[in-house]
Design a protein around this ligand. Sequence first.
Ligand code: GLA
Length: 405
Amino acid sequence: MNIRRSAPAAVAVVALVAATATASVSHAPVRYPPGAKAADTAVPLMGWNSWNLFGCNVNEHDVEAEADALVSSGLAARGYRTVTVDDCWFDPRRAPDGSLRADPQRFPHGMAALGRFLHARGLRFGIYESPNARTCAQFAGTYRGSTGSLGHETQDARTFASWGVDFLKYDWCATDSDPQRQVNAFARMRDALRATGRSIVYAINPNSDVAGAVPGPTVDWSPLANQVRTTNDVIPAWRTRLGRLGDQGIGEALEQAPAPTTPGVASDMDMLVVGFIGVSPAEARTQVAMWSMFGSPLIATNDITRMSTGISKLLGDPLLIAIDQDPSAPARRVGQAWVRRLSDGRLAVAFVDDSPRPVRLGATPSALGWTGPAPTVAGAWGAPPRPASRGSGPNWRRTTPRCSS
Ligand code: GLA
């Protein structure tokens, strides 16, 4: 069988019949404090996160509207169920007893009420914190205070559990990346979450604000967390040309892929930026398709209340979601193709090209590792020919939301 694509900035994903593969393991020379995770899952998270749309202006009214839209659009039924309030949800001063509390102006009903709102709709509640003294917005000087969890791990984990939190995004937010210090810090919150007795999915980002490195792919984080960030921040652009250590476009994040991964931890290529100005339809399709090929979490960040039918269909594409949620190892490069051997025996194949002129891409079944009789194409998905947009580049500001509708 031959697969042919001839379209710039296009991606095709095809499922065939094949055998399964095993994942590779990378070990770093660090000591892991013994302990178990609070939740036992490596299935890539699906949901929505407040950061790209609202930044530090996040408030309960907007989050609840996005949550309702996840349900009414049908995306929640497709799996987008974890609603995460990212940075800046908190009062920049802890309470007199040292506990975290919601920002009183933007979350007047408090975080427990938000958790109840989400749970009543069958959704899950995600929240954000940092293992260091300051969260990333505080570290960057765009939000007041110093309310990171350093020294408050047990207290904060208990607070989250009492609010009904189901997912924690724990963001490094410091310039150094000593692997042992990172492992110890991430283990402290792992143990604190576990001690609450509540099942809380734990996602770590070892990269944020680290100078001169992206440590996420370099250490085996699987004893510590359910999910690990392996890229820097992805913003609504195809390329930013800021280099690997700056904010990246979709295309640049893909060039790092597949990030090294270990069984038992999902490799997080950062949030989806589909639905934002600066991302063309072909680029949007490429991001969801390739994030699925790599088994990355699918975290929408666009305005769900005003999204187009096209974006809704893309996010809810059953073939891509099935590929994403499959427990198999992420895609690997085979010639011009990206290939992922799915656990049910099918083979997912993708081609990506962003060259300015149409090119011919192809692969034979044997080159893809297929050894059985003539395969059947179970599903095929692609993008129409369209020149690659270069996006809005480094001028994009995450605190000034502009969604395409
Ligand atoms: C870092 C993370 C982002 C976001 C911001 C919040 O940059 O990588 O995903 O959480 O912090 O400040």
